[in-house]
Design a binder for this molecule. Structure first.
Ligand SMILES: *Cc1c(COP(=O)(O)O)cnc(C)c1O
Length: 221
């Protein structure tokens, strides 16, 4: 696979869905990947990346931003409130706004800075107990609450349950976004980004299909 093939498949999926070329943003998920793999993708001209861990991103991206103008990095992992201040300075977008206390924190930071990353609200479309995200029945109220804090909510994000057909989850997320007047849809990963594009994804988050398998090393056990 690799960047070139995934870029080509994104374009093919856009065309197959009757969507405009370039309407889907490919987020290259670079968490835990060796520097040389990320640098190869940067040298190939790709500029949009996703990270899961604030500290890891903080260590890697300042130097790459300096070396490769135009880089944007999106936070796609769970965000602890005590890392929110660093996160708003580090990322162009945060895809994992999932609770009122984090919204309040981000609103205070936005007021202090006069700027905020774009925000996606994460929805737990499968209502899985162990998974982050607002439950489907709470989405409309939470979107309104975040908007009431003047936060720049641009869309919804989901991670469908493992081992299930993701398509109904993508369709459900698209319906929730539409009824709330939100145009951003962050959905689809290495194994299912084409189905997500068919369902209206505007941002697909693809890691291993671009960079190869992640090696978490001894930490993963
Ligand atoms: C790691 C991760 C991805 C990328 O997963 P791949 O299967 O490697 O494409 C996408 N989204 C989120 C939220 C992730 O944590």
């Amino acid at each position: 696979m690799g960047l070139e093939e995934i870029t080509r498949r994104v374009a093919a999926a856009e065309a197959a869905a009757g969507r405009a070329a370039g309407s889907v943003q490919l987020i290259a998920v670079s968490k835990v990947q060796p520097a040389e793999r990320v640098e190869a993708v940067l040298r190939a001209g790709h500029r949009l990346f996703g990270e899961n861990y604030v500290q890891e991103a903080q260590g890697k991206w300042p130097a790459w931003r300096a070396g490769f103008p135009g880089v944007a990095v999106h936070m796609i992992g769970p965000l602890q409130s005590n890392k929110a201040k660093i996160a708003v300075e580090l990322f162009e977008a945060i895809h994992t706004l999932d609770r009122p206390s984090l919204a309040t924190k981000l609103a205070h930071l936005a007021q202090a800075r006069g700027a905020s990353p774009e925000l996606f609200i994460q929805v737990n479309t499968g209502s899985e107990p162990q998974k982050a995200g607002v439950l489907p029945e709470g989405v409309d109220a939470f979107v309104a609450e975040a908007r009431g804090m003047d936060l720049p909510v641009v869309g919804l994000m989901c991670i469908p349950p493992e081992g299930e057909d993701p398509a109904p989850h993508f369709a459900a997320l698209a319906a929730m976004a539409a009824r709330n007047g939100l145009t951003g849809l962050s959905m689809g990963m290495s194994s299912d980004f084409e189905a997500a594009i068919a369902a209206g994804a505007t941002h697909v988050r693809v890691g291993s299909a671009i960079f190869g398998a992640r090696d978490y090393g001894p930490r993963a056990g």
